[in-house]
Design a protein around this ligand. Sequence first.
Ligand code: TYC
Length: 113
Amino acid sequence: MADEKIKFDEFEGELLTEEDIKLKRPDMYRIILLNDDYTPREFVVWILVRVFYKNKEEGARIMLEAHTKGKSIVGVYTYDVARSKVMQVHQLAKQNEHPLKCELEVEEGGEEQ
Ligand code: TYC
């Protein structure tokens, strides 16, 4: 039917302009290393080198910060990468009978400029 035809003009003013579309960066996830009383310091540094590709100096710095302050940020990753690294840490700690744990904190993406 003729009156079912939609005229392009009817949409004028309803189209989203670039300013209407708020672009949001993807959420990223901080991995937080938690201190405990039992995991050997060398093992923590080994984990930071093996799982997070830190060099030994950076690994030692992160380990010492967790040791003295209770926790330390290891790095910021996409969700899948962060989750996989946390799982590797927990698996390697368990295999070696250490209680080492780390956790994830979301870092909201926010609007793009
Ligand atoms: N506090 C542990 C010890 O004295 C070492 C340690 C450091 C454990 C950092 C965990 O995230 C950690 N053996």
